[in-house]
Write a protein that binds this ligand. Structure first.
Ligand SMILES: Nc1nc2c(ncn2[C@@H]2O[C@H](COP(=O)(O)OP(=O)(O)OP(=O)(O)O)[C@@H](O)[C@H]2O)c(=O)[nH]1
Ligand SMILES: [Mg+2]
Length: 291
């Protein structure tokens, strides 16, 4: 007998949604950064345990007043995922809760009559007694909320309890993906995301938000020894940003490339030759389909 459900992971930017999805799948399906608004698409993390297939949908952090095409699209993706899901999981950063976003999400999820789990993340950063005031905020909705789950997505503490609860809410039904699949996004996209994560971690202020990475080409070796060549373009919106991404004497792009290459070797289990180009395209966000 098979069981299957789709669980939308919703919350404010930086709450730890992608870290959660990586933890439950045991693989890095989504990129993680300490800067907000890292995730731009809906990314499935597919976890299979015994007869259960749970599709966790990582979503962009919700922004209340989205500014510009990219942010508006990101917010739309988050709302769409919440509509399609069987279960909603709202992730809260206990250390820095964003109540404006969380209140709105709670209201919308309950209106849609979805089972709602409140996951209080980053418990490793604060003493247990500080979590009670956070739970008290939704006291009058207690009967409608499935439960509160203190976790640390970094250490994994408490996540087994969330998994057990999700399984209880999962109906009988056919699996939607083959057992070995961990995400729905194309491989070339995952490779581009690896590089985008390194760019996000290496540059600051508005530059990461104006950056997009595309895998333009790749080639597997023809010989007996498996290896892989990948060519990617990092799009930025201004010439000044291109210079910053390149760095003095190209040092920054070299560093980005070598970190990305190591992750790609890990992902593909073979040597990788990565070539990066930095290109200026002020209008890239208008051309790119995020959904
Ligand atoms: N200390 C601690 N840090 C965490 C935990 N979970 C996530 N983080 C950190 O929080 C930051 C944001 O994590 P992400 O998983 O990228 O957050 P997100 O909710 O996906 O963010 P967006 O994609 O921007 O919406 C990263 O620096 C993570 O390492 C946790 O349980 N404890
Ligand atoms: Mg994310």
């Amino acid at each position: 007998m098979n069981f299957c459900s789709m669980v939308a992971i919703l919350g404010a930017p930086n709450a730890g949604k992608s870290t959660f999805v990586n933890y439950v799948t045991g693989q890095k399906v989504a990129i993680v950064c300490d800067k907000p608004n890292t995730t731009r698409n809906s990314i499935y993390g597919i976890a299979c345990q015994e007869d259960y297939q749970i599709i966790f949908v990582d979503t962009p952090g919700l922004i209340l007043s989205p500014d510009g095409l990219l942010q508006k699209t990101m917010s739309r993706i988050a709302w769409k995922s919440s509509k399609q899901a069987d279960v909603c999981l709202i992730m809260i950063d206990c250390k820095k809760p964003d109540f404006a976003v969380t209140d709105l999400l709670v209201k919308e999820c309950l209106q849609r009559q979805k089972p709602l789990l409140m996951v209080m993340n980053k418990m490793d950063l604060l003493p247990k007694d500080q979590i009670l005031p956070l739970i008290g905020r939704y006291a009058e909705l207690q009967d409608q909320i499935v439960g509160y789950f203190p976790v640390s997505c970094k250490t994994g503490k408490g996540i087994d309890v969330v998994m057990d609860q999700v399984k209880k809410l999962t109906p009988q039904g056919p699996w939607l993906f083959p057992k070995e699949e961990v995400t729905q996004v194309p491989w070339a996209f995952s490779m581009a995301e690896i590089t985008r994560e390194k760019v996000f971690n290496s540059v600051h202020q508005e530059i990461p938000y104006g950056t997009h990475v595309e895998t333009e080409d790749f080639q597997w070796s023809a010989g007996s020894k498996k290896n892989l060549a990948i060519w990617q373009a990092i799009f930025v919106q201004k010439e000044g940003h291109r210079r910053l991404v390149l760095g003095h004497h190209g040092r920054r792009i070299k560093h980005i490339g070598s970190l990305a290459r190591m992750d790609m070797e890990d992902f593909n289990q073979c040597p990788v030759y990565l070539t990066l180009f930095v290109k200026v395209d002020p209008a890239w966000s208008g051309k790119y389909n995020f959904e």
